[in-house]
Unconditional design. Structure first.
Length: 346
């Protein structure tokens, strides 16, 4: 176990003073009460100790089992940031321990860490106006970004991930069933950010909605497709873009292409090799971009415009375009087979 976690453990037979010292050395205003097998059986805070003393206990009393909270909230070691944040907000708490199947402490989630230690000046734009025709009938009444994956809308996962990366101003580009998205997110306050809406009166494509921004941003803008389930490192990608001096940065992802047939290598009319069902790894466009403010002037006003055309426009003008490799989890759920995978049905 990590040393910082060990410092937050206190035995069930410890005195209140000993528990107080553990809370102090742990530095997070909480201690975890354990049994002889290091299983966490309760939590104790300064408030719990104060109430015990007011109830007649002394600092030398060994009454932790009476003072501790047995009904504490915890998660498993694989819980996502979005899941933990949702639990914190729902229950009005700022700390959630992670424990393994045996009940041993494996980590501690803190609200401050999850929402990001520092606010970033960068804006984010999420393209959420598509009709999701490939996912019908699911998208007849629900916009594609609001389809549920593991109990949470795809778009909510993206918003919470951006907030966790320090981004506090997010624009959602909406068109098809946009009212569903607006009802869910409102002004963004419940999600730790400010959310504004870019209303597409007609579909503007993945890039055209950028022309609807109310003003020219002063810092690079992170732009994402609204059908992604990803843990892209927001901070690293923004730093990569700035340090490289790029006009635009394209997020890339490794993808393996399988050819389901034998591939013939022919020279003239002679067969020189036959490779059975080969595969090749390529870098694909991951639907995540960082765009410098000066590049936004290239986006035509209120006209359908794919964001890939903006990439091409930068390359034609010999502007520097970066390629950032996304190592973290990434999945495009715009197709039925990928959605099934994301839901664990495939």
């Amino acid at each position: 176990m990590d040393r910082s976690l060990t410092q937050m453990l206190v035995r069930r037979d410890a005195t209140l003073l000993e528990a107080m010292k553990v809370i102090n050395q742990g530095g997070h205003a909480i201690a975890f009460v354990t049994n002889a097998h290091d299983k966490v059986i309760g939590t104790v805070t300064d408030g719990d100790l104060r109430r015990a003393i007011l109830g007649g206990a002394t600092l030398n009393s060994r009454c932790l089992e009476k003072a501790m909270n047995r009904s504490f909230t915890s998660v498993g070691p694989r819980a996502s940031r979005a899941e933990v944040l949702d639990m914190m907000r729902a229950r009005g708490i700022t700390q959630v321990p992670a424990m393994d199947r045996t009940g041993r402490l494996t980590g501690l989630h803190l609200m401050h860490d999850l929402i990001g230690g520092g606010e970033r000046a960068n804006w984010a734009v999420i393209m959420a106006g598509g009709k999701g025709e490939r996912l019908r009938p699911l998208t007849l009444t629900v916009p594609k970004p609001m389809i549920m994956v593991a109990g949470r809308p795809i778009l909510e996962r993206l918003v919470l991930h951006l907030v966790g990366g320090g981004i506090r101003r997010i624009f959602l580009s909406v068109n098809y069933l946009g009212q569903v998205i607006k009802r869910h997110f409102g002004d963004g306050a419940a999600f730790g950010c400010r959310i504004d809406y870019l209303h597409e009166s007609a579909p503007l494509g993945t890039g055209g909605a950028l022309s609807l921004l109310p003003e020219r941003p002063r810092h690079p803008v992170l732009t994402l497709n609204g059908d992604l389930v990803t843990q892209v490192d927001v901070a690293r990608m923004l730093e990569f873009h700035t340090e490289g001096g790029y006009a635009l940065t394209l997020g890339t992802r490794s993808h393996e292409v399988h050819v389901p047939f034998g591939v013939a290598a022919v020279r003239g009319s002679r067969l020189v090799a036959l490779q059975e069902k080969p595969s090749e790894r390529v870098l694909i466009n991951a639907g995540v971009y960082v765009i410098s403010p000066r590049v936004l002037r290239l986006v035509p006003k209120r006209r359908q415009y794919p964001i890939t055309s903006l990439v091409d426009a930068c390359l034609r003008r010999r502007l520097s375009v970066g390629a950032f490799f996304i190592e973290q989890d990434w999945m495009d759920v715009g197709r039925p087979d990928e959605l099934r995978k994301a839901r664990g049905d495939a």
